[in-house]
Design a protein around this ligand. Structure first.
Ligand code: DQA
Length: 147
């Protein structure tokens, strides 16, 4: 199956961005680990990081034409602002898991609300880079249950 991993704004800076909050692992390291794990299990992993809301939306639209089976998304700051990305995910009706590196509930109140959580298959937050690996396991489990 094909799984798309989407990373929102500022996540290109992982590794050097507030390492006390987001950890020392770079985005390339995260993507590489996920790709290896997916390939080992016989699946295909694609990814995109963008700082632009419209690019993430267009990637989600394209995912439907490409028959992407599952999306793993860390919408980053768009988590707390983007009705448009939420609507895009609902429009293509591809199931998704929401991931956050940090435990957003330990942080500022404005991070406590997500436009995604109530329509996600599941949400993983506060487990750092490992959260993406757990999300991938869950995504594959979800796909295999469906087939
Ligand atoms: C984040 C949490 C968001 O509140 C923040 O804006 C981010 C990253 C996380 O992975 O912990 O950019 O999604």
């Amino acid at each position: 199956a094909s799984i798309l991993v989407l990373h929102g704004p500022n996540l290109n800076l992982l590794g050097t961005r507030e390492p006390g909050v987001y950890g020392a692992t770079t985005l390339e390291q995260i993507n590489q680990r996920l790709r290896e794990r997916a390939t080992a299990l016989g699946h295909h992993l694609l990814n995109l990081q963008s700082n632009a809301e419209h690019e993430l939306i267009e990637r989600i639209h394209a995912a439907r034409d490409e028959a992407i089976d599952f999306i793993i998304i860390n919408p980053a700051a768009f988590t707390h602002t983007s009705v448009a990305i939420r609507d895009a995910l609902l429009a293509v009706s591809i199931p998704f898991i929401e991931v956050h590196l940090s435990n957003v509930y330990k942080r500022e109140a404005f991070r406590h609300h997500s436009y995604f959580s109530d329509v996600a298959e599941g949400v993983i937050c506060g487990l750092g880079a490992q959260g993406y690996e757990l999300a991938l396991e869950a995504a594959i489990h979800n796909i295999e249950q469906r087939n």
